[in-house]
Structure formats: C-alpha cells, structure tokens
Design a protein around this ligand. Structure first.
Ligand SMILES: Cc1ncc(C[n+]2csc(CCOP(=O)(O)OP(=O)(O)O)c2C)c(N)n1
Ligand SMILES: [Mg+2]
Length: 472
C-alpha cells in the first residue's frame, strides 16, 4: 500500500511540471494520461519488488521486470537466429499460406503491376535522357519498385509521408502525374517546387508528401515530430479520421545520428508513425558489411522498444499486408511507432553520378536480376491466375513508353521559371546585398548574351528589372 502511494507521488513530481503551461482542456487530457500511467506503473510493480526477501525480479527504473540470475551470460548476437523475413509469395509467385491467401483484389493487383512497370520504364528512359545530357541528374528505383508502390497502396491518402529519394513509386501510387514528374525533372516553370530543387526531389502538398531533401536522414526526426503533432491532433479532433506519419529511409541513412534520435523520441512519445527502412545492401559504394554488424536495421527497432517486422521487399503482397498491419498498430492506444525493414537489392547504380561496377562485380548484379525481382514475381502470380500474358505485357509497355515520352517532350519544351525566382521566397523584401547581386547578374547577362542564353527563362531579363523596381 505504502509503495503505491509513493509511486504516485514520484509520477506526479515527474509529470506535474509539464502540466503547468497548458490550457484547461489539454490539462484534463494530460491528467487522464497521468492516471493511466500511474495505473500501469502500479500494476507492473504489484508482484515483483526488490524489497521482498525472495523476489525473483527487480524493478530498476531503467529495466522493468528483469529476472535475477546467477548465470553470467553475455548476449552474443552471433548465436541468435537472424530475424525472419516475412513473405506471402514465393519466388515463383505461388502463395505460401493458401489459407490466408492474398488480400488484394485482382483489379488492384493489376494497378500495382502497371505502376511498377511504369516506374521501371520511366527510370530507364530518364537514365538515358541524363546520359544524353537532356537531364542534369536522375536516380532509379530498380529492384525496389515493390517497396514503394506496395507500401503506398496500403496507406491512407491523408497520412503524411516523408521520403528519402528512391521512393518515386510512392509518388506514382499516390497519383503524382507523369507531367508533374517531368516538370520537376526539367525544373521548368510548371514544377511544383518552382524549379528550385535538384531533379528527383519531388514534393506535393496536395498528396501530403513532404519535399525530399538530399541531406540524409533529416526526414526521420521530421517524421517523428510530425507524428507527435498528429497524435495530438488525432486526440483533439476525434471526428476527423486519424492519420499517421510515414517515413522512408535507406539502411545507410540509419547510420546517421538523426535516425537514432528520431527512433528514441518516437518510442518514448509513442507516436503514430511507420518507419520504413529500405535495406538495399548499399549506401552508394559502402556495402552493408561495412555499415553495421548487428542484424540489419530491424534489430534496432526492437532495441528502441518498437513493434518491428522484416519483410521481403520483392514480394509486393507481403509489403502491402505488413504496411496495412503496421498502420493499424501505429494507431493503437492513441499512437505507437512501428519499424518495417524491407529487404531488396539495389540493382541500379546509386545515381547517374555513380558507376557501381567500380565497387561491385557485374555478376553480382546480374545474379540478383535473375534471382528475384518484385515485378516478375507479381507477373508470375498474375499469369498463374490467367490475368496476364505476353500480349498484354507488350501492349502495356508500348503504351506506357509513349505516355512517358509525350510528357517528357512537353516538359522539355516548357519555359524555365523567371530568373528573378532565384532571389525570391527567402526574405520578404529584397535586401541591399541581394539588390547588388541582382544588378550585377543583370549586367553580366546583358554584356554576354552569347555565353548566357536567357531565352528559355520566362520574361527574360525583364523579370530582374521588374524585381528591382517592385522593391524600390
Ligand atoms: C548528411 C549526408 N551525408 C552524406 C550524403 C551523401 N550520400 C547521399 S546518398 C548516400 C547513401 C545513402 O544510402 P542509403 O540510405 O542506404 O540509401 P540508398 O541510396 O541505398 O537508397 C550518401 C552517403 C548526404 N546526402 N547527406
Ligand atoms: Mg541503401
């Protein structure tokens, strides 16, 4: 009895300061949480206590429910079995558990297949376009199409998504159009990002996908923070459908400090978030064997106290089912973070700036291409159900190719945004220093018209003159 009393006082002392700067409504909600936490604390202490002479376990504040032992056994990860990899289909497109089956309608499966094929064709064409000098940069998703398309298909459109850069399939599945992709790749005047970002750094407010940033792992704490905001919003606005934050990152990004900070805050705050790690075996030229010694990234999720699953990324049905279940878990008890490690192999080069055969054998890549692939695995399943054949494949590929090239040509011909755009959007008014830069730039462009072709830019030099006048 006396323990219960003192534990309540400890909880009150710990939590009371955070209650002082809130309004009445928030305060009563926090009090409800406080009482729930007290109840949990008391329940977990009721039968195992250090003060009892023959206690079997101790309740250190930092390790609840740990049994005493007189056997000194270091944990040796190398003696443990690796975390298993969840699959629905085998490599031949056969359903492994006939009873559970596949929870995707035929029509939906065909749509997923179409999007994966579209993504792979777009990747090939854009990679070539970069080689021809028509695009400055590109990154393909080869081998990882199932992860992006499959997981996005299991989310709610209002969920807020944070991507790394190899998740073009997430955008495609959410409805980002070919025109929108192409406008961004060409940084033209119709680009949603105003032509200010590197190619492949898409973003869409309408589709609830935050704009990609190249600075590795920064999206992970952003997602944890957004998920915390969503947790509060879900509580405070019960008549709106609850939503979660979803964050994608590579296993290489998981070596950044930001990853660890984000995991820990997400776990301690119990936020409604899914962290999707794409483990594709490489961080540019660094293979996973040089990145970590533990059991992939999944073991870290368990370390942070999160529900965690490892999934075969070549199996789109497994990806979909895992994401659907993760979303359900993420919204349980007001919020809970979940980590899914999706396994795949990066078939393509890291980006158009990389030649991966400088650090890996061609035969390794060829082996993987032959062995497994998310597109061929789904195709085998579709063929097994008589939903697909060679003729349909040929027709689909030819029509997608045409659609992509039409969008490509259109975007290539579009004007670039006005040059003045480079100076806008940071300060409310043009600063003195910026004014000097604008004048200098204008002067250079006027003096060297042969060196600097300003024809492709909307309004030509006029936009700079206008900006200077507007800001007088
Ligand atoms: C903070 C930071 N450090 C380094 C880089 C350079 N960089 C770009 S991508 C990359 C590898 C990331 O690997 P991974 O997260 O596994 O993603 P993948 O490219 O395999 O999809 C590195 C090191 C960067 N962009 N940002
Ligand atoms: Mg990687």
């Amino acid at each position: 009895m006396s323990f219960r009393y003192s534990s309540r006082r400890v909880w009150q002392r710990r939590l009371w300061p955070s209650l002082t700067c809130t309004n009445g409504n928030q305060r009563s909600q926090q009090l409800i949480c406080l009482h729930a936490q007290q109840r949990r604390c008391v329940a977990s202490t009721a039968d195992g206590v250090a003060s009892t002479a023959n206690a079997e376990r101790v309740l250190f504040p930092g390790a609840l429910n740990s049994e005493f032992t007189n056997a000194m056994q270091f944990i040796r990860p190398s003696t443990h079995k690796a975390i298993p990899t969840y699959r629905v289909l085998d490599q031949y497109g056969q359903v492994l558990d006939k009873e559970t089956g596949v929870d995707t309608e035929d029509e939906e499966a065909l749509k997923l297949y179409r999007n994966m094929v579209c993504l792979s064709i777009m990747d090939l064409l854009m990679f070539e376009a970069q080689r021809q000098g028509r695009l400055s940069f590109y990154m393909v998703s080869a081998g990882e199409e199932g992860i992006a398309v499959g997981s996005a298909s299991a989310l709610h459109p209002s969920d807020v998504i944070f991507c790394q850069y190899r998740e073009t399939g997430v955008y495609m599945q959410r409805g980002f159009t070919l025109d929108q992709f192409m406008n961004q790749l060409f940084s033209n005047a119709k680009d949603l990002g105003l032509g200010r970002n590197m190619p492949v750094h898409y973003g869409s407010k309408e589709l609830n996908i935050q704009t990609i940033s190249s600075t590795l792992a920064t999206q992970i704490p952003h997602a944890a923070g957004a998920a915390y905001a969503l947790k509060l919003q879900n509580q405070q606005q019960p008549d709106i459908a609850p939503r979660i934050a979803v964050c994608y990152f590579g296993e290489g990004a998981a070596s950044e400090g930001d990853f660890h900070a984000a995991m820990n805050i997400a776990a301690t705050r119990q936020v409604p978030a899914i962290f999707v790690c794409r483990n594709n075996g490489y961080a540019i030229s660094t293979p996973t064997s040089d990145q970590y010694r533990g059991d992939g990234i999944a073991s870290r999720g368990a370390g942070y106290g999160m529900d965690t699953l490892r999934v075969d990324g070549n199996d789109i049905f497994a990806v979909r089912r895992a994401t659907k279940e993760a979303r359900r878990l993420a919204l349980e008890d007001g919020g809970r973070p979940v980590l899914i490690e999706m396994m795949a192999y990066r078939v393509g080069h890291h980006s158009t700036s990389d030649d991966s055969f400088a650090y890996r054998q061609r035969v390794e890549v060829e082996d993987w291409k032959r062995r497994d692939n998310p597109i061929t695995r789904l195709r085998k399943w579709l063929e097994g159900r008589k939903l697909w054949d060679e003729d349909r494949e040929r027709a689909l590929r030819s029509s997608l190719r045409k659609e992509i090239l039409v969008a490509f040509d259109k975007a290539e011909k579009e004007k670039k945004p006005p040059i003045s755009n480079a100076f806008e959007g940071v300060y409310e008014h043009v600063t003195e220093e910026q004014r000097m830069h604008i004048e200098e730039l204008k002067d250079i462009l006027e003096r060297y018209p042969k060196e600097y072709d300003i024809d492709p830019y909307e309004e030509g030099l006029e936009s700079l003159t206008k900006l200077l006048e507007k800001q007088k």
